[in-house]
Design a protein around this ligand. Structure first.
Ligand SMILES: Nc1ncnc2c1ncn2[C@@H]1O[C@H](COP(=O)(O)OP(=O)(O)OP(=O)(O)O)[C@@H](O)[C@H]1O
Ligand SMILES: [Mg+2]
Length: 301
């Protein structure tokens, strides 16, 4: 039975989703609707990204609130089974059996996922190995693969069986520039008809590949819109100065020796630099720093 794509196009729907570890709310009454395409999760360390992905992946039961994934309720046993059958999940720190080869490891995961008979399953393993560029390493034992190759192997495992929803926790960590471009291409193609939710600390990945971006901060959604809208939050608030301003803004040194300055409170040049501050085009990272309040003096939106 498949419910994908749902008539509404909604793949994930959360209302008041809450998850505690002890007294601490890792997710605090989250409301979220995600459709097909690529959704990027941004947020500082400990913001709740992994906790949210684990709830969507049925690895965690939320404490309260409602959750629908691919049209099913993953907090019930039958719902959980249906979601798992249509899901690909790359955890943040995947654990592999070190003595398995790349091929046998994927074949093992494909058996667990009940992918076809032996021949169809092997074809599927070869397909995903090719997708992540590991065909020539298929007989290499996991312990002999480099960190980036293991990361790609984890991604291949998530792609097995053409899931309707792909959940990727920091998938581009350790990838070299060529592999990162290949990854973006693969994810965009996959998401043309299905849904991907990925967490990352790389704002360039979000700008390059995501249709939507959700920013979490201390278990709350502080922003949910397009990457362009996140960049726009910083429009008129980014300046170039020949020196570091003393207070009221966040600044960092650029390779050209000038200072990139974020002014959190409005589209005015930093105080005292009216004549010499040059306005700069904002980036998604600037918008992210402003909405999370990471820029000095900011109140999170
Ligand atoms: N197993 C656990 N036991 C107790 N607390 C936990 C556990 N897992 C996460 N937490 C806490 O929950 C909060 C959210 O953690 P989570 O791993 O979801 O953050 P994250 O956004 O994925 O961070 P990172 O960018 O570092 O991966 C943090 O305060 C963290 O310390
Ligand atoms: Mg995490």
């Amino acid at each position: 039975m498949t419910t994908w794509p749902s008539p509404s196009g909604i793949v994930v729907s959360a209302r008041g989703l809450t998850k505690h570890y002890g007294d601490r709310a890792a997710l605090n009454r989250i409301d979220l609707d995600l459709g097909r395409g690529v959704t990027g999760l941004l947020g500082r360390n400990g913001a709740g990204k992994t906790t949210l992905l684990r709830c969507l992946a049925t690895a965690h039961d939320p404490d309260s609130g409602s959750l629908e994934v691919l049209g099913h309720d993953p907090t019930t046993a039958p719902g959980r089974a249906r979601v798992r059958a249509q899901l690909g999940f790359l955890p943040q720190n995947p654990v592999f059996y070190p003595n398995f080869t790349a091929f046998t490891l994927l074949d093992y995961i494909a058996i667990l996922k009940e992918v076809g008979g032996r021949r169809a399953r092997h074809d599927e393993v070869r397909r995903v190995l090719d997708q992540v560029g590991l065909t020539d390493r298929r007989h290499t034992r996991v312990r002999r693969l480099s960190g980036g190759m293991r990361q790609r192997l984890g991604l291949a495992g998530a792609l097995l069986g053409e899931p309707g929803l792909l959940l990727l926790d920091e998938p581009t960590i350790g990838l070299d520039p060529e592999q990162r471009i290949r990854f973006r291409d693969l994810v965009s193609e996959f998401a043309a008809t299905r849904a991907v939710v990925l967490s990352t600390h790389q704002t360039e990945d979000v700008a390059a590949v995501c249709d939507r971006v959700v920013v979490l901060d201390e278990g709350l959604v502080v922003f949910a819109d397009t990457p362009a809208a996140l960049t726009d939050r910083a429009r008129g608030r980014v300046w170039s100065l020949p020196e570091r301003p003393s207070t009221g803004s966040t600044s960092w040194r650029s390779p050209d020796g000038r200072y990139r300055v974020l002014t959190p409170h409005g589209a005015e040049p930093p105080a005292g630099y009216g004549g010499i501050a040059e306005p700069l085009e904002p980036t998604l990272e600037d918008g992210y720093l402003l909405v999370t309040g990471s820029a000095e003096g900011t109140v999170a939106a």
